[in-house]
Design a protein around this ligand. Structure first.
Ligand code: DAU
Length: 355
C-alpha cells in the first residue's frame, strides 16, 4: 500500500485521480488543495469518509506547510495537479498563474527534494514526482501534424507560459538534483465534475437553462478531447511504469472544432430534453479570445507503445455520459452555480478540521 500525495485533488482532474485511487487500489491519498474557486470538496464526497483518504487545506506556495505535509504523511509519490488552469482568466489576471503554477511548483519541488534526500535507499528508489501538464506548452498547430514529446515549446498564453515554466523547473530538478520525475502533457479533458467555466460544462448548463451558447470567433478552432477517467488511468500508469526523466503525451485522438462540440451537445440534449429542442438555436458567436490557439492535437503513440495505454471512451460515448451526469447530478451543479460549494466547505471543515 502506497501513500500518494495529490496536489489539486479538489479540482476536476485531481478529483478523478483521487476517486480512482480510492475505488480501484488499496493506496492512500493525501489531497493537498488550497481550495480556490475551482477546488470543490463536493467532488470527493464519495471517498471523503474512506480511512485511506486525507485532506490538507494547504497552499503549495507555503513552504513551511508543504514541508509539514511531507513530514506527517510520508508519501511514496507526488502527483502534482494543483494549477490555475483557465486560459481566459490568465489573460485578464496573469498574477495568480505565475504564483501558483511557477512559484508553487518550485516550492513543491524543493519540499519534495528535501524530503526525498532524507529517505532510506529503498524508499528513495521508489519515490516519484509526477508533474501533470498540458499540450498548450507546445503552442498551436496548423491543419496538419501532431504534438509529440519532441515538439519544441512555444507557449502563447500567460497560462501556457506558466505551465511551460513549471515543466522546465521539473526537468531541471531531475537533471541537476536527480529528483525522480515523470511529466505528462495532456489534451483537453472533459467529463463529470468539470467547473462550468470551460467550454463543455458551460455549454451543457447554459443549454439546459435556455441561455446563449457562446462560441469564440467562427467556432473553427480545434481541440483534441480526452475523457477525464481515461486521463486518470493514464496518469496512474505513468506513475507506476513511466521511465524517469521522460515525458508522455496523453490525448484522446478526438479532434473536433468547437462548433462540432457544441452541436454534438445540442443534439444529445435534443434527445434527452426534447421539449426545449432545438438547443442549437441558442448558439451565439462572440468576440474571439485574444491569441486564441488554432489547433491542438496530441500524438499519443509513445504512451500506447511503451506503457500500453489507450482511451476507453470515444468522444461520442464520453460526451453522452458527461451530459447525462450534468442532468442527473443537480446537487453538485446547484452547489457550483450558486457558489454554495464554498460555504459547504467552510461549514463542513470548520466542524471536522482536516481529517
Ligand atoms: O489543452 C489542454 C487545456 O485545455 C488545459 O491545459 C486547460 O487547462 C484547459 O482549460 C483547456 O484549455 P482551453 O482553452 O482549450 O479550454 P476551454 O474549455 O477554455 O476552451 C475550449 C475551446 O472552446 C477553446 O478553443 C476556446 C473555446 N471556447 C471556450 C469557452 C469557455 C468558446 O468558444 N466559448 C467559451 O465560452
Amino acid at each position: 500500500m502506497k501513500t500518494i500525495l495529490i496536489t489539486g485533488a479538489a479540482g476536476f482532474i485531481g478529483s478523478a485521480v483521487a476517486r480512482q485511487f480510492i475505488d480501484e487500489t488499496q493506496d492512500k491519498v493525501v489531497n493537498v488543495d488550497k481550495l480556490t474557486y475551482a477546488g470543490n470538496l463536493q467532488s470527493l464526497t464519495s471517498i471523503s469518509d474512506n480511512l485511506r483518504y486525507k485532506f490538507e487545506q494547504v497552499d503549495i506556495c507555503d513552504a513551511a506547510e508543504v514541508a509539514r505535509v511531507f513530514r506527517e504523511h510520508q508519501p511514496d509519490a507526488v502527483m502534482h495537479l494543483a494549477a490555475e488552469s483557465h486560459v481566459d482568466r490568465s489573460i485578464t489576471g496573469p498574477a495568480a498563474f505565475i504564483q501558483t503554477n511557477i512559484v508553487g511548483t518550485y516550492t513543491l519541488l524543493e519540499a519534495a527534494r528535501s524530503y526525498w534526500s532524507e529517505l532510506d535507499s529503498a524508499r528513495k528508489a521508489v519515490f516519484r514526482f509526477h508533474h501533470i501538464s498540458t499540450d498548450e506548452v507546445y503552442g498551436s498547430l496548423d491543419d496538419s501534424g501532431f504534438f509529440t514529446e519532441d515538439t519544441a515549446y512555444e507557449p502563447n498564453s500567460p497560462y501556457s507560459a506558466s505551465k511551460a515554466s513549471s515543466d522546465h523547473l521539473v526537468r531541471a530538478w531531475h537533471h541537476t538534483y536527480g529528483l525522480p520525475v515523470v511529466t505528462t502533457n495532456c489534451s483537453n479533458n472533459y467529463g463529470p465534475y468539470h467547473f462550468p467555466e470551460k467550454l463543455i460544462p458551460l455549454v451543457i448548463l447554459n443549454a439546459v437553462n435556455g441561455k446563449p451558447l457562446p462560441i469564440y470567433g467562427k467556432g473553427d478552432n480545434i481541440r483534441d478531447w480526452l475523457y477525464v477517467d481515461d486521463h486518470a488511468r493514464a496518469l496512474r500508469l505513468v506513475l507506476e511504469k513511466g521511465k524517469l526523466g521522460e515525458t508522455y503525451n496523453i490525448g484522446g485522438w478526438n479532434e473536433k472544432t468547437n462548433l462540432e462540440v457544441v452541436q454534438s451537445i445540442c443534439a444529445i440534449l435534443d434527445e434527452m430534453l426534447p421539449h426545449n429542442a432545438p438547443h442549437a438555436k441558442l448558439i451565439t458567436y462572440v468576440q474571439d479570445r485574444p491569441g486564441h490557439d488554432r489547433r491542438y492535437a496530441i500524438d499519443a503513440t509513445k504512451i500506447a507503445n511503451d506503457l500500453g495505454w489507450k482511451p476507453q471512451e470515444t468522444f461520442e460515448t464520453g460526451l453522452r455520459k458527461t451530459v447525462e451526469w450534468y442532468l442527473t447530478n443537480s446537487d453538485w451543479v446547484r452547489g457550483v452555480t450558486s457558489g454554495d460549494y464554498q460555504k459547504w466547505v467552510s461549514q463542513n471543515y470548520a466542524k471536522r478540521g482536516t481529517a
